[in-house]
Design a protein around this ligand. Structure first.
Ligand SMILES: [Zn+2]
Length: 193
């Protein structure tokens, strides 16, 4: 960058004021209000801050290695507490279903167990999808709202194009709503997770 501007200036007699136009290379110093290019201060090759070359006021602070390390630990990860609970509940209903089928004592118990498996199994899958999307959004530092908006838009497009698919998509969103209710209830019961 510096090399190029030096070699260019050899062929130019007048300074070109539009050189940085639209590139935001210059800023207005918040302290002395002169138009300047912030100078980056480095410490062992790592940028620590940028200052105004006229008055020395700090213009921007750059996060150091330690701060970057901290923010990496603070970024949300897959919270397994809810997943574990949903898995255990689903497993419990599956066992109940198996047992009630084996001994065939009452059809009603088997039916309840079957619905338990279906409900909590669906919620478990929805929770995995939900957390997967949140995880991806954090990983690529996007807003997860955009991902959900994309999913809704895609679903609406598919519903518009394929009438026979709209039932499945309706069930999909119903499961997502159910997942929200179940996870909310689990979090109310145990505020630790
Ligand atoms: Zn200044």
């Amino acid at each position: 960058m510096l090399f190029r501007s030096v070699s260019q200036s050899r062929y130019r007699t007048q300074p070109n004021p539009s050189m940085f136009k639209g590139h935001h290379a210059t800023v207005d110093c918040p302290e002395c209000h002169r138009i300047m290019v912030p100078r980056v201060i480095t410490y062992y090759g790592q940028p620590t801050k940028s200052i105004c070359p006229f008055c020395g006021t700090t213009f921007a602070q750059f996060p150091g290695g330690f701060q970057k390390l901290l923010s990496r630990f603070q970024s949300p990860r897959l919270t397994t507490a809810i997943l574990n609970k949903l898995f255990i509940i689903t497993l419990g209903f599956s066992l109940l279903w198996l047992v009630s089928n084996q001994i065939s004592m009452s059809g009603q118990l088997s039916l309840i167990a079957f619905f338990g498996v279906a409900l909590f199994g669906a919620a478990l899958l929805a929770e995995i999808l939900f957390q997967g999307i949140e995880y991806l959004a954090v990983k690529f530092s996007h807003d997860s709202k955009h991902y959900w908006l994309l999913i809704v838009m895609l679903s609406l497009t598919v519903m518009y194009l394929r009438d026979d698919m709209s039932g499945y998509i309706g069930v999909f969103f119903l499961i997502l709503v159910l997942r929200g209710l179940i996870v909310g209830a689990l979090q109310l019961l145990s505020p630790s997770c």
